[in-house]
Design a protein around this ligand. Structure first.
Ligand code: URA
Length: 215
């Protein structure tokens, strides 16, 4: 199946999804959006109020900040893909629960497999936990690591930076310091045939994530 077809199939399923109770008090499922040819995939936590209203990811204040961050590293929103760990808004924007994350997990797995991005950027703790279980965001933010044949960078969530002014500069600096080199390194690795992950097939299961040499 073509990438576009897989993404549309996932989106159609998310829009009518009832796998967990989150769908009950929401207006829209938020599958994610962006280029099917994206080299970089951004994964946030869950839709908030504005995302639920519009059925689109990162369209509220955190989204505006994310757009600025993308611009600061020369990326346009239309060229990347943006999605979330959980595709329906949790009530009052509470943290997603483990069973809600588990219920939604297959959608993200299929999106990652279809997009086959060179770089995955996790935004916040919940998407970080998918790639770096047990890690602390304060310890690994802004570092590019190779996980399951992909380059993954964990970032603080843009909304955290909006609520905690001291984090704002850290997030700005992390984007500039890590995304362009991570993408350059991922392109180089792909050219050498060293990239190309399969999220469902953990090729270095027994090894901890590797830090890339350039950092
Ligand atoms: N926060 C997220 O994690 N995702 C969104 O889509 C919006 C805000």
């Amino acid at each position: 199946m073509a990438v576009e077809e897989v993404l549309e199939e996932v989106a159609a399923e998310v829009r009518v999804c009832t796998k967990c109770d989150l769908c009950k008090n929401t207006k829209n499922g938020v599958p994610g959006e962006g280029s099917p040819h994206a080299e970089v995939l951004f994964i946030g936590e869950a839709p908030g109020y504005h995302e639920d209203r519009q059925g689109r990811p990162f369209v509220g204040p955190a989204g505006q900040f994310l757009n600025e961050l993308l611009g600061s590293v020369g990326l346009d929103r239309s060229t990347v893909f943006i999605t979330n760990v959980v595709k329906h808004r949790p009530p009052e924007n509470r943290d997603p629960l483990p069973d809600e994350i588990a219920a939604c997990s297959d959608y993200l797995t299929r999106q990652i497999a279809a997009l086959n991005p060179k770089v995955i950027v996790t935004l916040g703790r919940f998407s970080m936990a998918r790639f770096f279980p047990g890690a602390k965001i304060s310890a690994i933010h802004g570092q590019a690591k190779k996980v399951d044949g992909r380059v993954v960078v964990a970032m603080y969530h843009p909304a955290a930076a909006l609520h905690q002014q001291s984090l704002r500069q850290t997030v700005v600096d992390d984007f500039k310091r890590s995304i362009p080199p991570a993408l350059a390194e991922a392109r180089r690795m792909e050219a050498e045939g060293k990239l190309g992950g399969k999220p469902e097939q953990k090729d270095d299961e027994d090894e901890p994530p590797k830090q890339l040499s350039l950092f």
